[in-house]
Design a protein around this ligand. Structure first.
Ligand code: ASP
Length: 318
């Protein structure tokens, strides 16, 4: 097949504070690279950006290391409630589910909702949809996330968020971090899409709504697409994804839009990260948190952001 443009791909597995052991880091890198390789090959074979994003999100939801789907963190009452969204930049259509339980892949429901007149469903409605679509009931609880929750309960829920990835050493240290996954793709026809899926920030109140199922955390036009991770309330307050996307749509370069948006976020003491692509094929990431677990493919090679200095705020490959 003849490519009209070189596909680009960037994915993330959350943002947060340092990843302690190197073992954890190498395992995370491997997990991310496996997804990047498979999804990039899919884009090369002519898959649309939306299809690639959904499939990438599914693979990351299925990896128990990340806080989405299997391996989601528990909320304050010990239950898993997941949120996810998809935005297709070409159709400019956003769909999402908020606080859905007992499904393996929330992104599948979100994909279905792209073509529905009602495109964002919360807990009860999402459960009804899963029932209608005959999605089998699934329990995404893992032993590590249960241990993490028990430890937090013991400490009276003093952490603001759950661990960035489910690694035994991190559970023991009960280190505050983030989770969540995201995929942003530019396909061979020049179309952009972005998807984000999360178990939430962990230990939150019942009914708390994550940015991951809002445009604030996941937004695309035909010019740019962004997926965010980190403290959802900070992402909502900055309206981060549309802030970056609209700047690019108005003519700013992706690099400048990221630089400006992250400088403002830094000033406001926000704690988050984001990954982004533009229609010209620029790949970018930014963070105010210590680390961002992102990996990308630019058509020539794989790369990642796992071992960058803490003070590095943004990166852009044009
Ligand atoms: N943004 C997600 C939330 O606040 C959490 C995360 O990205 O780890 O629900």
């Amino acid at each position: 097949m003849k490519l009209q443009v070189q596909p680009k791909l960037i994915i993330h597995g959350g943002a947060g504070s340092s990843l302690h052991g190197k073992g954890g880091l190498e395992a995370v890198r491997q997990s991310l690279y496996t997804v990047v390789e498979e999804i990039y090959a899919l884009l090369l074979s002519g898959a649309t950006a939306s299809v690639a994003v959904v499939q990438g999100c599914q693979m990351l939801e299925d990896d128990p290391r990340f806080n989405a789907g299997t391996g989601s963190v528990l909320q304050s009452d010990g239950q898993i409630r997941m949120s996810a969204s998809l935005m297709d930049g070409t159709s400019r259509r956003f769909s999402g589910v908020i606080n859905v339980s007992r499904v393996k892949n929330p992104i599948e429901l979100v994909q279905f909702l792209q073509n529905s007149p009602d495109r964002v469903l919360s807990d009860y409605g999402a459960a009804e949809l899963a029932r209608e679509l005959q999605v089998p009931s699934y329990n995404g609880l893992t032993e590590l996330r249960l241990q993490e929750w028990m430890q937090e309960r013991h400490d009276n829920f003093k952490s603001t968020m759950a661990g960035v990835v489910a690694e035994p050493e991190l559970v023991e240290s009960s280190n505050a971090g983030r989770g969540t996954i995201g995929v942003v793709a530019l396909d061979a026809y020049g179309r952009l899409a972005t998807g984000t899926s999360t178990g939430g920030k962990g230990f939150e109140r019942i009914g708390r709504v994550s940015d991951s199922a809002m445009p604030a955390g996941n937004y695309a036009t035909s010019q740019a697409a962004v997926s965010c991770t980190g403290i959802g309330e900070d992402i909502i307050d900055e309206c981060l994804a549309p802030r970056i996307v609209v700047r690019v749509t108005d003519g700013m370069s992706l690099k400048d839009a990221m630089q400006r948006s992250f400088a403002e976020a830094d000033k406001n003491q926000r704690d988050f990260g984001a990954i982004a692509l533009d229609a010209n094929g620029a790949i970018a990431w930014g963070k105010t948190s210590e680390i961002l677990l992102a990996a990308y493919h630019n058509g020539e090679k794989l790369g990642d952001t796992l071992e960058l200095p803490i003070e590095t705020d943004i990166g852009c490959i044009e």
